[in-house]
Write a protein that binds this ligand. Structure first.
Ligand SMILES: [Fe+2]
Length: 254
């Protein structure tokens, strides 16, 4: 599996504080079947990270992973707040793509209104970038106005939901909304959004299994992220894989 959204770099955002913490996170990811972690530290007002710092930390972490014989490759990336992306110089934005490519992982605001989100995202697309939208299922604006999300997906934006959302980590409403979006073909990737090795851990496979999404798991966690990192065509979802999804089925919080 390829984990497209993970806060694994040390001391750079609200992920691990030390490289030992990064190694623990990577060990947990490896044990869960992940082979590639895309390091996506926050780039926002609170954490104004830059590509040079991210590249240096990715290099240092990969050296330690090899020395410790942890079978994971870390690739550079960033989780760019929408509000930071619109104010960023194009040359700087271009350096922050997932795996060094042209896909940007954009974090939408957690505000209750979706007004303007679509316009800004379409502006970014017009600038020649491609966009993966991080965890829309956790954004109140899209709960209130799903049509905005549908319109930006129609415009070519991909969505990446958080694995924990599928099993109620962010509550029942987020779980139900996440499953509805998967059922309706509005989700292209599942990532961990891990911040550490235990509390916000890097699992994906167990969450997909629990949510009954096994038929889609390979497409969501391997095929689509591989195409994103390679800059290639996004493969179509396997036919019929969403027919069994029942967002309103009773469940118990784990
Ligand atoms: Fe994140």
């Amino acid at each position: 599996m390829i984990d497209l959204h993970c806060h694994v770099l040390p001391g750079i955002d609200d992920g691990p504080e030390t490289i030992e913490g990064s190694l623990a996170l990577a060990r947990a990811a490896s044990a869960g079947g992940t082979r590639t972690l895309v390091a996506t530290p926050h780039v926002n007002l609170r954490y104004p990270n830059d590509a040079a710092t991210i590249a240096r930390l990715v290099g240092e972490l990969n050296e330690r992973l090899a020395a410790e014989r942890i079978a994971i490759e870390v690739r550079p990336g960033a989780e760019i707040a929408l509000t930071s992306a619109i104010n960023m110089a194009p040359a700087r934005l271009a350096e922050l793509g997932l795996g060094g490519g042209s896909w940007l992982l954009i974090e939408p605001p957690f505000t209750p209104s979706a007004g303007g989100i679509d316009t800004i995202l379409l502006d970014i697309l017009r600038g020649g970038y491609r966009v993966v939208l991080a965890h829309p299922e956790r954004c109140p604006a899209f709960h209130r106005d799903r049509a905005v999300l549908e319109s930006i997906v129609r415009a070519g934006i991909l969505t990446s939901i958080t694995a924990g959302s599928l099993v109620g980590r962010f509550g029942g409403e987020v779980r139900r909304f996440a499953l509805e979006l998967v059922r309706d073909g509005l989700v292209h990737n599942v990532a961990s959004d891990a911040h550490d090795h235990s509390d916000r851990a890097p699992g994906m496979a167990a969450e997909l299994r629990s949510a009954g999404l096994q038929p889609l798991a390979g497409w969501l966690t391997s095929e689509v992220p591989a195409a994103i990192l390679a800059g290639g065509e996004i493969p179509p979802a396997p036919a019929g894989a969403t027919e069994e999804i029942q967002p309103r089925r009773p469940w118990r919080r784990r």
